[in-house]
Design a protein around this ligand. Structure first.
Ligand code: R5P
Length: 294
């Protein structure tokens, strides 16, 4: 069975099409006090169900909806619920940076398990201080990557390009190096200091005059990280700067600030569907689900 929460419809339907499955119908409404209500309808099977729900744009209520769906599936006799969470929020707070802070990354992992998700598929989880999904999750958690697909898309679009691949910060090395190896390109990883939610400082880069550059990151949220890198690359003479990201959150006027900084194309996957979703991760998820249910 394939079910989806409010943010997961596009990817759930695309994956269901590949697998030749239907999707479960869920009726949803809000109680007058703001609580969510839902009800599954259709024919239930007792086997496994996959629930699609990226935790964006409103992570907290989408998570609650995921919990309600998982509980409803279990209540309807489903033996196993596979959470397909293409984007998992809260993973960037992977340390108590200051006294009094929560360790959100561990907490979201515990919560996902607690609401009845038995196995998990995620895409390019923000893994940094916890470097593997198994360091965060006690359940089986598969972390698949959109980076190869994004790189192949770029290659088709720019067959002649010999780009420099740039990662904005230490954690981006894991994604930038995959792209660089597919493009057979040089890869540089910069250093980033975060000064606030909307302010970052990026280390200097030089010797790139006339070069085409591809900036690679797992996600773009406010766009400040990418905008800062792009401005610097352009002022150092880069001839063109494109960006490859798995998760295009693009909050507030992020896309505008990227274009103002001099961005060429933003090439993103459909973990969070948008007009920038040039690449679909549905075939990867379908393969993973087939493997899990074999
Ligand atoms: C953090 O390290 C992530 O990999 C991204 O670089 C960051 O979350 C992007 O955020 P923003 O677009 O708000 O700068």
């Amino acid at each position: 069975m394939i079910a989806y929460g409010s943010a997961g419809e596009t990817l759930a339907r695309a994956t269901a099409n590949i697998l030749g499955h239907g999707v479960l119908n869920i009726k949803r409404r809000l109680f007058p006090d703001g609580e969510q209500y839902l009800k599954l309808s259709g024919d239930f099977e007792s086997g496994a169900a996959a629930v699609f729900q990226p935790l964006f744009p409103s992570p907290d209520s989408l998570f609650m909806e995921l919990a309600l769906i998982a509980d409803a599936l279990k209540g309807a006799g489903c033996k196993e619920v596979i959470g397909v969470l293409p984007y998992i929020a809260y993973l960037r707070q992977d340390e108590r940076f200051m006294a009094g802070e929560p360790l959100s990354a561990k907490l979201i992992a515990r919560l996902i398990e607690a609401v009845g998700i038995d196995r998990l598929i995620a895409v390019d989880m923000h893994l940094h201080r916890y470097s593997h999904a198994k360091d965060l999750f006690r359940i089986e958690a598969r972390n698949i990557s959109a980076m190869a697909l994004l790189a192949e898309y770029y290659r088709k679009k720019h067959p002649e390009s010999d780009p420099l691949v740039v990662g904005p910060d230490a954690e981006s090395r894991q994604w930038a190096s995959v792209v660089a190896s597919i493009l057979k390109a040089e890869c540089i990883v910069l250093e980033k200091e975060r000064l606030g939610d909307r302010e970052v400082k990026i280390s200097k880069i030089s010797g790139i005059s006339g070069r085409e550059v591809v900036v690679v990151d797992d996600m773009v949220s406010t766009g400040k990280t990418l905008a800062e890198v792009i401005s610097q690359l352009k002022s150092e003479g880069a001839s063109r700067v494109d960006a490859l990201v798995s998760h295009a959150l693009l909050v507030e006027d992020a896309y505008r600030s990227l274009k103002l900084a001099g961005l060429g194309d933003l090439i993103a996957s459909d973990t969070i569907p948008s007009r920038h979703s040039s690449v679909s991760v549905a075939p990867l998820i379908a393969e993973e689900l087939k493997g899990m249910l074999r």
